[in-house]
Write a protein that binds this ligand. Sequence first.
Ligand SMILES: CC(C)(COP(=O)(O)OP(=O)(O)OC[C@H]1O[C@@H](n2cnc3c(N)ncnc32)[C@H](O)[C@@H]1OP(=O)(O)O)[C@@H](O)C(=O)NCCC(=O)NCCS
Length: 184
Amino acid sequence: MRKIGPRNLLTADALKSKKVSETYTLMTELVLPNDTNTLGNLMGGKLLHWMDIASAISAQRATNRTVVTVAVDFVEFKASIPLGSVVIIEARVTRTFNSSLEVRIDVAYENLQTGERKDSNTAYYTFVAVDQSGRPIPVTDVQPESEQELAWHTEAQRRRELRLLLAGRIKPGEATGLREMFGI
Ligand SMILES: CC(C)(COP(=O)(O)OP(=O)(O)OC[C@H]1O[C@@H](n2cnc3c(N)ncnc32)[C@H](O)[C@@H]1OP(=O)(O)O)[C@@H](O)C(=O)NCCC(=O)NCCS
């Protein structure tokens, strides 16, 4: 009988299509003095680091593969997050492509004195699943279920075209989803 080792189990999991909800990742962090700038607010780089970790966990829940970050898009810091706040980071995979997949990250922060919670920012991280030599490998589908997940899934194709266009990896004529959106 063939021995079933961890490698075989990993392959079986990696072949199984996941629901978007199965990729959901929630990270909660407390803003400590070492995380802040000279104004006493959370440093952008620290937040990006947490977002990268949360989204990488989500991507690996979807693929059961090692993933590397290839692109970070649409990060906008709309509000400062003060020292002592609780930062809440939610990540979920919106769509997989061939070897790459997109993760949406929503960030909010909470004032522990008042209990008030505010939205901070939304961003999209793109990961590529790789083998042990760092070469891209195929990923399976992720299934949207809710209307919101379906909308994110549809829009993900246009965001992919935009980022590949800006990276010079496709030509405008190949961005069919974007052309359709602009009616050209
Ligand atoms: C990710 C990496 C393996 C891709 O290698 P590559 O030679 O570009 O491979 P490919 O051309 O086959 O592209 C692989 C996938 O990456 C996607 N990709 C490449 N560059 C991209 C970019 N700028 N934006 C979005 N997706 C990109 C491609 O579209 C492709 O996706 P698909 O298979 O779903 O169609 C390589 O760029 C790499 O190792 N980068 C460093 C990753 C890393 O160290 N991250 C940590 C940051 S410090």
